[in-house]
Design a protein around this ligand. Sequence first.
Ligand code: HEM
Length: 153
Amino acid sequence: MLSALALALHALAAVVWVGGMAFAYLFARPALGALEGPQRQTFWRGTFARFFPVVWGSVGLLLATGYYLTFVTYGGFANVGVHVHVMHLLGLVMMAIFAHVFFAPWRRFARAVDAGDRQTAARNIETIRKLVAANLTLGLLVVAIGSSGRFWP
Ligand code: HEM
């Protein structure tokens, strides 16, 4: 029963994190082209201030439930399929990228927007854009691997 709960929470955390990145990158970003630069920066300032704490929650849940499933449900990494090893490695890479985004360009971006320094803000949101693109790509890959792996030959 706890394994079922862990897997459900694991999948939900992945959906919220990867789905949020997909919405930001594929839908909000292109639509914002119609707005002026300062308005776009204000939008991202408010959006990421709400989204990033949720991503921290997803990271915590993915780790806790992922290790629960690995160690308690399956009895350790020696007993899991190759898809779990790949998910684990790529998941840790995604978390490192997110932690970097949060502590470096996001902090600089938020401070710059608050101070009205549009150039610094523009430079840092561009870095965030590239890293979110990388994490979205990895996230889609990890979801495909994590969910299909149990049927691999
Ligand atoms: C970083 C540490 C992680 C560990 C230790 C871990 C571990 C696991 C394990 C043991 C399973 C069950 C696999 C099976 O029964 O065949 C699983 C499933 C899954 N994981 Fe992870 N995972 C991690 C990170 C992630 C991340 C970052 C994502 C996505 C962003 C993710 C997405 C999924 C998905 C979609 C499933 C399948 C859920 C379903 O049954 O539909 N995992 N994971």
